[in-house]
Design a protein around this ligand. Structure first.
Ligand code: 26W
Length: 834
């Protein structure tokens, strides 16, 4: 029919008025079929589960987007205060089963897939992990935004959309080999590109100043090389509450004119190359988790995140309030996830001064009242410092602003401590030396109203050590926020059997108020309940065995104690101490000291930073020891050691339900918090651990009698470091001597002479900062206590239940409630989910 215009005035748009999508089994069957066949163009001949995964995800994504818009509009209408979580890493893992759980549609979807003759498990498994993070800090960000949505807090996550996430780890001849992780290869159904919110980011060029009509000095940043930041949004659903928040990730692309300039000069190929340089910025995640490397590309990434996110927030502010910033600090808070985005302090100043015309004092007051900084590590090698020369070249205007911030700050310090030049030098944001550096942590502290650590001990050590001068200057700025993990992913979704048993007995309130798990305590005395708990745990162990069978040919025995250490490989986390214990057990078997033996399967997994020589050696050692032990017929089922390749979020979801013993054995004072410790505890594993990070609070919650403590305290470590004598310790301890002898005679590297010399030298070095030898004896003794308890099955089960029951504090719902009450001060916003 030909189009005929018969209306005179433009009609009111009704394009977004839609009937609400159904959440019943039949709705998913119908939508699945339509997407599978009409959108994806597949039929029964298609054998890959990927397209079925995509079709189902599209159907579920529709339901998320429906609620997402409502949430967005409600926030806009109420003009509520907002917070923004700025992070270079969001280690999201998989989305499908989490979306099902939070929408409350798990059963309906499972039934629908069954009706269609599909295995839901297979679809879930075909989703790649979104591995946009290294480890603890990135996964914490992911748990945080889950809790913000569940608590109905208006919080947006801002990060980078890396084309390549955390590398995938292969083990070849016992060594780590990195493979690029092209996680977007098959597309990403969960994200929506929003080119309409693109922002321009400046680099290089120079600054130019003039005096404005009011006599103020004004600066402009000119002759820059610009790139564009394009946002990709992912919906973040709360748990069954209608709230869907946003994770906005930036992708770098080239500007049109950047290409055009070169094109007009006849350099077509060069113009395409220039596009590549621009897009390089968000190409890859830096795989270092505790070592800053000063690379210019990393600084570009950090600035892109800070600038795009701040322009985004300010742009929408100006849209609603014009150029009036009087209420800005009352309505916005930025949480900086470590120093990685802390250039935001200077960038907010630049935007307020140069773009929106504010004067210094007003801009500074806004900055200092909106920024909050979280520190995640005490290790000096992880503290970011950028060369002033590099900064000047890449971000000349930002460097000027940092010098100005520092000049004002130095004046404040001198007024407070007149004549204390040592202190001025110590506190300066600019570190002097043969090359000047910007100390990013100091910039973050000076520019924030709140500074926090991530566990009680860690926050105390920040105040007494690393940031002591700042704490003396501004004691009120400093606070602690003990980490947590989301109980939806880390108990409900990953361990449905255990979650089911819990809910059957104490109801389902624990899913949003984890402190209710303490109602489980009395059940530790209930025999029938204990039997069920034990059976579920054994089932989970069997599942873990089956999962690992795919990759290994090691015979695991479900009656053995499953002893697990999975985390990034780092000397301070002391995977090496774990291996020394395994070698000691092997030595006992070989010398026939096996009376009253407890069978044990030791699982170790984790990635090493590609440039971290010692960490890679430790991985090789674990694999070599594993090979010798597992193929020795004298050892048999008494002892197994397995290195799990490619540890990642989706692997932990399978590992933590099946663990008996959680290894949290860092040198005291080095692990800021740890969060794996919390996941294991929640799933009923016992902890063997030092007094470090959140272990201390875990032990406080569960009681000394339900925690296997060992090792020097942080104070003793500091004390002993002045006269540490590992060789003396080894000489005095026959077991350790024998372990060292096995290592030193090349028993684990018979065809690779000299391979582990550096490891042995590090254990014997009086300068060993990780003091592995010092804690050996106490670790071995604690492991013996573990075995004694494990042999008493009833006692072990009781302690397992009590660990889960005491894990309530370690929900990110509690952590985020603390952030909100003490830092952000947002009001929860109810979303109408009818
Ligand atoms: C600049 C290179 C770099 C990259 C990442 C330096 C430091 C990091 C992070 C701070 C490393 C990290 O993930 N830290 C971990 O953060 C967790 C969440 O707070 C804590 O639980 C861990 O103890 C801490 O190691």
């Amino acid at each position: 029919m030909p189009y005929k215009s018969f209306k005179t005035s433009k009609p009111k748009s009704t394009i977004t008025i839609l009937p609400k999508l159904g959440l019943e089994e039949r709705d998913f069957v119908a939508d699945f079929k339509r997407y599978y066949s009409h959108r994806l163009g597949r039929d029964e001949n298609c054998t890959s589960p990927h397209y079925a995964y995509e079709a189902l995800s599209m159907a579920i994504s529709d339901r998320l987007i429906e609620r997402w818009k409502k949430t967005y509009n409600t926030y806009k209408e109420t003009d509520c205060k907002r917070a923004y979580y700025l992070s270079m890493e969001f280690l999201m893992g998989r989305t499908l089963s989490n979306a099902m759980l939070n929408l409350g549609i798990t059963e309906a979807v499972e039934q629908a897939m069954y009706d269609l003759g599909l295995e839901i498990e297979e679809l879930i498994e075909s989703e790649p992990d979104a591995g946009l993070g290294n480890g603890g800090l990135g996964r914490l960000a992911a748990c945080f935004i889950d809790s913000c949505a569940t608590l109905q807090l208006p919080v947006t996550g801002y990060g980078l959309r890396y084309e390549y996430g955390m590398f995938s780890q292969d083990i070849v001849n016992g060594e780590q080999v990195e493979k690029p992780d092209h996680w977007l290869r098959n597309g990403n159904v969960w994200e929506i590109e929003r080119p309409e919110y693109t922002h321009r980011i400046k680099f290089c060029g120079r600054t130019k100043s003039h005096i404005d009509e009011f006599g103020n000095k004004r600066t402009s940043w000119v002759e820059t090389q610009d790139i564009l930041a394009v946002p990709y949004d992912t919906p973040i659903p709360g748990y069954k509450n209608g709230t869907v928040n946003t994770l906005r990730l930036w992708k770098a692309t080239a500007t049109e004119e950047f290409n055009l300039q070169e094109f007009n000069a006849g350099d077509y190929a060069e113009s395409v190359a220039a596009k590549n340089t621009a897009e390089n910025i968000t190409m890859v995640l830096y795989p270092n988790d505790a070592n800053e490397n000063g690379k210019a590309l990393r600084l570009r990434q950090q600035y892109l995140l800070a600038s795009a996110s701040l322009q985004d927030v300010i742009g929408s502010w100006v849209g609603r309030h014009g150029n009036d910033f009087t209420e800005f600090a009352a309505k916005n808070a930025f949480q900086l996830n470590d120093t990685h985005p802390s250039i935001a302090v200077a960038e907010l100043m630049r935007l307020l001064l140069d773009v929106h015309g504010l004067v210094w004092n007003d801009a500074w007051a806004i900055t200092r009242n909106t920024m909050a900084y979280t520190n995640h590590t005490l290790l000096p090698e992880a503290l970011e410092r950028w060369s002033v020369n590099l900064f000047k070249q890449l971000l000349p205007r930002l460097m000027e602003i940092i010098f100005d911030i520092n000049a004002h700050f130095m004046a404040e310090v001198s007024a407070h401590w007149p004549g204390d030049t040592d202190r001025l030098g110590r506190m300066s944001i600019i570190e002097e030396g043969h090359e000047q550096h910007v100390r990013m942590a100091y910039l973050a502290i000076v520019g924030s109203f709140s500074v926090n650590g991530v566990a009680a001990l860690h926050s105390k050590l920040l105040q007494q050590g690393l940031f002591r001068d700042f704490y003396e200057f501004w004691p009120g700025k400093f606070n602690n926020k003990t980490n947590g993990v989301t109980p939806r992913r880390w108990l409900a979704a990953c361990n449905p059997e255990l979650a089911g048993l819990i809910t059957e007995n104490i109801g389902n309130g624990w899913l949003t108020d984890l402190s209710l798990l303490n109602k489980l305590k009395p059940y530790a005395k209930d025999e029938a309940f204990c039997q069920k708990w034990h059976d579920i745990k054994q089932n989970a162990k069997q599942k873990l065995i089956d999962y690992k069978k795919l990759e290994h040919d090691v015979d695991f025995n479900v009656e053995a104690i499953f002893d697990v250490q999975v985390k990034r490989v780092h000397e301070y986390k002391r995977q090496l101490l774990n291996v020394l214990h395994v070698i000691h057990l092997y030595d006992r078997i070989k010398r026939g000291d096996t009376a009253n033996w407890t069978d044990r399967c030791v699982l170790i997994g984790g990635k090493a930073a590609p440039g971290y020589y010692m960490a890679k050696k430790i991985i090789k050692l674990i694999n070599n020891v594993s090979h010798v032990i597992n193929s020795d017929p004298d050892v048999g089922k008494k002892l197994k050691l397995v290195f799990l390749p490619n540890y990642r979020v989706s692997a932990m979801e399978k590992i933590c339900p099946g663990a008996d013993l959680s290894e949290q054995i860092s040198t005291a004072g080095k692990e800021a918090s740890g969060t794996g410790n919390m996941k294991f505890m929640m799933n009923g594993a016992m902890t063997i651990g030092t007094l470090d990070g959140a272990n201390i609070e875990i032990r406080e919650e569960v009681g000394d009698e339900n925690f296997f403590l060992f090792g020097l305290t942080e104070g003793q470590v500091g004390e002993m470091s002045h006269h540490y004598d590992p060789n003396g310790i080894i000489d005095q301890d026959e077991d350790l001597q024998r372990v060292m002898r096995l290592l030193e005679c090349g028993h684990f590297n018979q065809f690779e002479p000299g391979l582990f010399d550096d490891i042995m030298a590090s254990i014997r070095s009086p300068q060993d900062p990780w003091m592995t030898a010092a804690d050996f004896r106490s670790f071995i003794d604690a492991q013996k206590r573990v075995e004694a308890v494990y042999q008493d099955r009833k006692l072990w089960t009781k302690m397992s239940i009590l660990n889960c029951a005491a894990s309530g504090k370690f929900s990110t719902d509690r952590t985020i409630t603390d952030y909100n009450n003490e830092i952000w001060k947002l009001t929860p916003v109810t979303i109408d989910d009818k």
